[in-house]
Design a protein around this ligand. Structure first.
Ligand SMILES: Cc1cc2nc3c(=O)[nH]c(=O)nc-3n(C[C@H](O)[C@H](O)[C@H](O)COP(=O)(O)OP(=O)(O)OC[C@H]3O[C@@H](n4cnc5c(N)ncnc54)[C@H](O)[C@@H]3O)c2cc1C
Length: 294
């Protein structure tokens, strides 16, 4: 099928983009890499009278070191995130998660901002953003605001970005302590969306006491989820005493999966919590801990 007719706009600045979004409101939609939006339009699952192409807006592209962390422009391609040395150094979870997104052809066009704004609960970047308490920079014709990840993902495919607003960038703080970072997911085939996945960051002091824990999960709820039971259990132990298989099982209580054509809720909960244990084991092993996650 072909998309319903639309008017195409190709602005070259953020000011022009938000001007168009203010003018056309609900009838306009930003077009980033098009890897999610174009299929939806082509299958006529959605339609918009105005598409505002972001691909000529240079100021939306690029990674910059920022205050000990990283700022990533919304139009930065997933492939650029994958290979960026600053990202790999300061936000290893983003680096580890990116190869799990579709295939390299998808990542060559798909953008980090598009992935986060699309807010598919089975997507990798939203779970990483949530785990790491990333921040979304949002701009409109009437001003700018920053939204923490915990308030950004509101429901499936719905975020804090209003129709007249543009996501311009994401910010992540670096962890400045000994830490282990790991990402893993279960998918039917390489390149498929995950049935369940986990992003884990664990920090410890020089005695091996775990003093920071962040666990984000994908594919096991209507939105990306944190695993507070797992984080609390990690914070109550040490790297040497943490038993990842057992702690991972606690993640089942933090999930809210649904049955769909890809997998049942029971499968997602059981396989997902086993996966969390394995990803915990990977992160802990980087700190010298238990390497067997069950
Ligand atoms: C075969 C295939 C496999 C895939 N597998 C995966 C996978 O495993 N994991 C995964 O996470 N994704 C996967 N994707 C989706 C891919 O990652 C998309 O690139 C991503 O979801 C959307 O990014 P995009 O830049 O293509 O955005 P687009 O498709 O252009 O836009 C997506 C949505 O976000 C909005 N949007 C985009 N940018 C902004 C912005 N700056 N401000 C406000 N709104 C904005 C658009 O209006 C639209 O509603 C797959 C896609 C395909 C085709």
């Amino acid at each position: 099928m072909k998309p319903a007719p639309f008017e195409y706009h190709a602005p070259e600045s953020v000011a022009d983009v938000v001007g168009l979004l203010a003018e056309y409101g609900d009838d306009a939609k930003p077009l980033a890499g098009g890897q999610s939006l174009v299929p939806l339009l082509a299958m006529r699952l959605t339609r918009f009278e105005h598409l505002v192409d972001l691909n000529r807006v240079d100021e939306l592209f690029g990674v910059t070191a920022d205050n000990g962390g990283v700022r990533i422009g919304a139009m930065t391609r997933q492939a650029a995130v994958e290979t960026d040395a600053t990202v790999a150094d300061r936000v290893p979870l983003l680096h580890l998660a990116t190869p799990h997104i579709g295939h390299f052809q998808i990542r060559n066009r798909g953008t980090i901002g598009g992935s986060v704004a699309h807010a598919d609960p089975a997507s990798e970047y939203p779970a990483v953003m949530l785990a790491l308490d990333g921040t979304a920079e949002i701009t409109s014709a009437s001003g700018s605001r920053e939204v923490p990840a915990a308030e950004f993902f509101q429901s499936t495919f719905t975020t804090a970005v209003e129709p007249h607003e543009l996501l311009v960038g994401l910010r992540f703080s670096a962890w400045d302590q000994p830490a282990g970072f790991a990402f893993g997911e279960i998918a039917r085939r390489s390149g498929d969306f995950a049935l369940a996945g986990a992003a884990v960051a664990i920090g410890a002091d020089d005695q091996g006491r775990i003093n920071r824990a962040a666990v984000g999960m994908l594919g096991v709820g209507a939105v990306p989820l944190r695993a507070p039971s797992v984080e609390a259990a990690l914070l109550a132990t040490t790297v040497a005493d943490a038993y990842p298989e057992e702690i991972g099982r606690l993640a089942a209580d933090d999930m809210d999966p649904i049955d769909d054509v890809h997998a049942g809720a029971r499968y997602r909960r059981q396989a997902g919590s086993t996966l969390v244990g394995r990803v915990l084991a990977d992160a802990l092993s980087q700190l010298g801990g238990e390497a067997d996650g069950g």
